[in-house]
Design a protein. Structure first.
Lengths: 147, 134
């Protein structure tokens, strides 16, 4: 599908908790509150991956969640951007030697899926917005508008 | 007709909004153009909300004063530090860190300091900015 300019102005987000401690999940919700208000950028949390453009993953992928994570990725229509919120998802963090972890998330994703890593443990809501900025820059580069 | 509703409406129009418009109020038309404007100083970004006291942000590492005692490696719960044997210094991966501050407390030479920096996002989690003393 062709990427249009309106795509970045209304990124619909689906949030997947793949074994997170709830720290990053709280920060995602905090970003939606009037204090930070990401809806002014057209970002909206939706209830189904079929409606989403961006997938927010929090937490290292636990064994039980692995199949569900893969299924959510398959259900999301292309073009999509994956945002990994927090250090657990990006490198598994403190759970690096756990037997119950199948992560990090980037090892499970299909080849070539664009991933934005939002570093922090947990991240602050501003950093999430900063991550969205990186996603916009990436999408513009994909469209060829990076002049 | 001045009812209480009208007064409330006027009051709400005049009060400051609760939203902190970080980094800009609405989505810019072109992010690359906006980024170059910010770099040249033509467009200013709104600062983020004030961080709380004793905030634990990205670590800063003083390479010169490090003596290579490896105490930080022993206390790190997430293997965010790696030892460089030829240099006798450590390497810190910010994307593995849990920002617990145990290395700051145990370091005898106070090489590690927790800074206020928290804006770290990108397409690479092992980029040069996220690896200290690479």
């Amino acid at each position: 599908m062709k990427l249009t300019k309106t795509f970045d102005k209304a990124l619909w987000v689906f949030h997947v908790n793949s074994g997170s401690c709830n720290g990053c999940d709280i920060e995602i919700v905090a970003a939606l509150t009037p204090r930070y208000d990401v809806e002014r950028f057209g970002i909206k949390l939706v209830g189904s991956p079929r409606h989403a453009d961006v997938l927010l993953f929090t937490g290292p992928v636990t064994r039980k969640m692995k199949d569900r994570v893969l299924r959510v990725i398959e259900q999301t229509p292309d073009p999509k951007v994956v945002m990994v919120v927090g250090n657990c998802g990006s490198t598994t963090g403190v759970f690096y030697d756990s037997y119950a972890i199948d992560g990090p998330i980037d090892t499970l994703l299909p080849e070539g899926t664009p991933i934005v890593y939002v570093t922090g443990c947990p991240t602050r809501p501003e950093n999430l917005i900063n991550g969205v900025k990186e996603a916009w820059l990436f999408l513009e580069k994909l469209r060829g508008d990076d002049k | 007709m001045p009812t209480s509703t009208v007064f409330t409406l006027i009051k709400q129009l005049l009060t400051k909004k609760a939203t902190n418009p970080f980094p800009v109020k609405y989505t810019p038309g072109n992010m690359h153009a906006a980024a170059s404007l910010i770099e040249s100083g033509k467009l200013s970004i709104n600062p983020p909300v004030d961080i709380p006291p004793n905030f634990r942000g990205k670590l800063s590492y003083d390479v010169e004063s490090c003596i290579g005692c490896k105490l930080c490696l022993k206390v790190c719960p997430s293997e965010a530090l790696a030892f460089k044997p030829d240099e006798k210094k450590v390497k810190h991966y910010v994307s593995r860190c849990t920002f617990c501050g145990q290395c700051v407390n145990i370091c005898p030479k106070d090489c590690f300091v927790l800074t206020d920096e928290f804006l770290m996002a990108g397409l690479d989690n092992y980029s040069d900015e996220l690896v200290l003393n690479p």
